[in-house]
Design a protein around this ligand. Structure first.
Ligand SMILES: [Zn+2]
Length: 188
């Protein structure tokens, strides 16, 4: 997708949408936007990171019939909870949304649905809806799925969670250091 296309999408998703009309018409939206286009997620955007979304509006049963199904998928650049280096994780989420018009109504939506409070005009910016969904999907304790690679020298394996390298080869800086100490006459 070209930059022009994604800019057009971001623009379209930023126009307040009439939710009632969208539900009545059963509108479906889908596409991709750069993660960096979401103001509150910009810090978590990997280089050229994109978010894919699908949104389907429909009229449900019950007291609050304005509803939608939203699913998102994106890659985020987060700080590893173990080594503090960047870890890129893919996140995805799928929610059923129930549109209401007040806090009080929000308390009474079905348990499997997420309440979204609309303004008096009944409109919402889809980009903000998508951004909210992504923020809720951010993992609390992101960690590298393999042993963390780069450990800075001032924090040598103190957490105990990270195995010391077992490689005793020439390339191992610890082996080289040990050899150096032996060579110096063992003053320690
Ligand atoms: Zn890590």
């Amino acid at each position: 997708m070209s930059t022009d296309d994604s800019q057009t999408q971001v623009k379209q998703l930023s126009v307040p949408l009439d939710v009632r009309a969208a539900c009545r018409a059963g509108e479906e939206w889908g596409g991709e936007v750069p993660v960096a286009a979401l103001p509150r997620c910009r810090d978590m955007a990997p280089e050229a990171g994109r978010l894919a979304y699908r949104l389907r509006f429909f009229e449900g049963q019950g007291v609050h019939p304005l509803a939608a199904e939203l699913s998102i998928e994106a890659s985020l650049a987060l700080d590893c909870a173990r080594c503090r280096e960047t870890v890129v994780q893919s996140v995805s989420s799928r929610s059923r949304l129930s549109f209401v018009f007040s806090e009080e109504q929000a308390e009474h939506v079905e348990t499997d649905a997420e309440a979204v409070i609309l303004g008096r005009e009944g409109r919402i910016k889809l980009l903000e809806l998508i951004e909210d969904e992504l923020l809720m999907a951010v993992p609390l304790m992101p960690v590298h799925d393999r042993p963390c690679g780069v450990i800075s020298s001032d924090r040598p394996y103190e957490s105990g969670k990270i195995a010391e390298p077992v490689d005793e080869g020439e390339d191992n800086p610890f082996a080289a250091l040990a050899a150096l100490k032996k060579g110096s006459g063992g003053k320690d």
